[in-house]
Design a protein around this ligand. Structure first.
Ligand code: CAA
Length: 284
């Protein structure tokens, strides 16, 4: 496989911006693509903010921060992405737009480029099927918040070739993660366990008539979780969690995968968690 000198990140929401931050901090030139200049600039500000916090806390030199920010270029088209050796997709969690994107990336990127999807609950194999060279498509599933969570799952789809698979694994290590290898099954490794577990937690709210605060305290103090389930679902986004649950339920038909009605109602009411300012808790 060719050396990865330049990375493209398509979609700069919370996950894409976090992934781009990891790349530039690791010294890799990165092209970030958003659909509008405004959304691209918003992501750059978010990344700049978190890197500034690291400087303020003595974890990063000011010069290194500025150099890292200088490695990020923004684009609204896909032309600049065509020059990248690795492209990581982090757009909306819908199969059709992802397939359209991978068909286009496959057409415009060089033959050695590795194409990765950060999907959390869709099938990497189905996304790869849109590419005429599915052997170079791999899953790179990061966890929220991407700059802080050490894991990235490197997901082998049915037709993924060894070279791109190992290149994605090595790149995960290069940006400071602890990658693990797995096959393309619904939810891969962590979400296969975490999504039904979080759904159980939400069902317990009603069954045990416990408050979100007490449930969070329970799991933190009784099971050693770093944050309670209600805080975590607020962080991930209630819409994102409901969507991932629906996708996994569709594939597995396991009742525990199905989103609890309480979460669906919250999503329908616009209570999306931290990003909307209100979920189980309120945020400024
Ligand atoms: N991006 C970049 N930097 C961030 C950030 C982000 N999104 N969020 C926070 N930071 C930085 C901040 O600068 C923060 O420092 P300040 O508050 O001083 O500015 C710094 O990180 C440290 O933050 P915390 O003090 O909050 O760190 P912590 O020690 O409390 O740990 C945590 C935070 C790592 C998130 C920890 O609480 C934890 O492990 N929580 C569990 C998270 C988890 O389970 N994630 C998986 C979700 S499931 C998923 O992602 C799968 C999916 O497909 C949806």
């Amino acid at each position: 496989m060719a050396e990865i000198r330049k990375v493209g990140v398509v979609g700069l929401g919370a996950m894409g911006a976090g992934i781009a931050q990891l790349c530039i901090e690791a010294g890799v030139d990165t092209v970030g693509r958003e659909v509008s200049v405004e959304l691209g600039e918003k992501a750059r500000e978010r990344i700049g903010h978190f890197l500034t916090r690291k400087v303020e806390k003595g974890q990063l030199e000011q010069g290194a921060r500025d150099e890292a920010v200088g490695r990020l270029t923004l684009t609204t088209g896909l032309d600049a992405i065509a020059e990248c050796d690795l492209v990581i997709e982090a757009i909306v969690e819908e199969l059709e737009p992802k397939q359209e994107l991978f068909a286009e990336l496959d057409r415009i990127c060089g033959p050695d480029a590795v194409l990765a999807t950060n999907t959390s609950a869709l099938s990497v194999t189905e996304i790869a099927a849109a590419a005429s060279a599915p052997g170079r498509v791999v899953g790179m599933h990061f966890f929220n918040p991407a700059p802080l969570m050490p894991l990235v799952e490197i997901v082998r789809a049915e037709l993924t070739d060894d070279g791109p698979f190992e290149a994605a694994f090595s790149f995960g290590e290069r940006i400071g993660k602890s990658p693990i290898r797995c096959h393309d099954t619904p939810g891969f490794v962590v979400n296969r366990v975490l999504i039904p577990l979080l759904n159980d937690c939400i069902r317990v709210l009603d069954e045990a008539r416990v408050t979100p605060e007490d449930l969070d305290t329970g799991l933190q103090n009784g099971a050693g979780w770093p944050m309670g389930p209600c805080t975590l679902v607020d962080l991930v986004g209630i819409d994102v969690h409901v969507h991932a649950s629906e996708a996994l339920y569709e594939k597995t038909r396991e009742p525990r995968m199905a989103p609890p009605p309480r979460l669906v109602a919250m999503r329908n009411a616009g209570l999306l968690g931290r990003k909307s300012g209100r979920g189980f808790y309120s945020y400024d």
